[in-house]
Design a protein around this ligand. Structure first.
Ligand code: IMP
Ligand code: MG
Length: 178
């Protein structure tokens, strides 16, 4: 597995420090108000587990599975809800958690999708942001790290369902997916 990684972008320690900081910032912004955290599967599962333990508020956790990717590394463009959330979000503060903001289509879609259910607020949080690839305009409230336009894996992020269990975030060698 390690031989497929060309470089480490963020170590376990760097991720831990940034996630702790994000949790503190979210706690301050919500000032003790209840939050419904909706994670976008599957890439968010490690990030969300770490992040919510640094949020000082009542947190309800739910998940959605939306997909725009097949087994490849380029978004197919069409977004489908494969598993919906189930907690009632009417009048609630919703915080959507994603692993990486790439074209922006996923988070733009999810924000619209949830906004029509009359939540009090909808905020967006992504661990990673690849700004060079943006095609959809979407305002994200919390970003962990910016990454270059390379395919990254680890800490929950996969290529073809592999590498999610790497404790760090690294760049996947192009020959692995080409
Ligand atoms: P968007 O809709 O193009 O913003 O796509 C976001 C989704 O694409 C993420 O939630 C990931 O599942 C996937 N994705 C985009 N870039 C990468 C990457 O570098 N590594 C792993 N997954 C990625
Ligand atoms: Mg994803």
């Amino acid at each position: 597995m390690l031989e497929d990684i060309s470089k480490v972008l963020f170590t376990e320690e760097e991720i831990r420090a940034r996630v702790t900081e994000l949790g503190r910032q979210i706690s301050e912004d919500f000032r003790g108000e209840d939050i419904v955290v909706i994670g976008l599967l599957k890439g968010c599962f490690i990030f969300i587990a770490d992040l919510i333990r640094h949020i000082d508020a009542n947190v309800a956790v739910d998940f959605m599975l939306v997909s725009s990717y097949g087994a490849g590394v380029v978004s197919s463009g069409e977004i489908k809800v494969r598993k919906d959330y189930s907690i009632d979000i009417e009048g609630k503060n919703v915080l959507v958690i994603d692993d990486i903001l790439d074209t922006g289509r996923t988070l733009a879609f999810v924000k619209d999708y949830l906004s029509v259910k009359s939540p009090k607020t909808v905020k967006l949080c992504t661990l990673l942001d690849k700004p060079e690839r943006r095609t959809s305009k979407v305002a994200v409230d919390y970003v962990g790290f910016q990454v270059p336009d390379e395919f990254v894996v680890g800490y929950g992020l996969d290529f073809d369902e592999k590498y999610r269990n790497l404790p760090f975030i690294g760049v996947l060698k192009p020959e692995v997916y080409k």
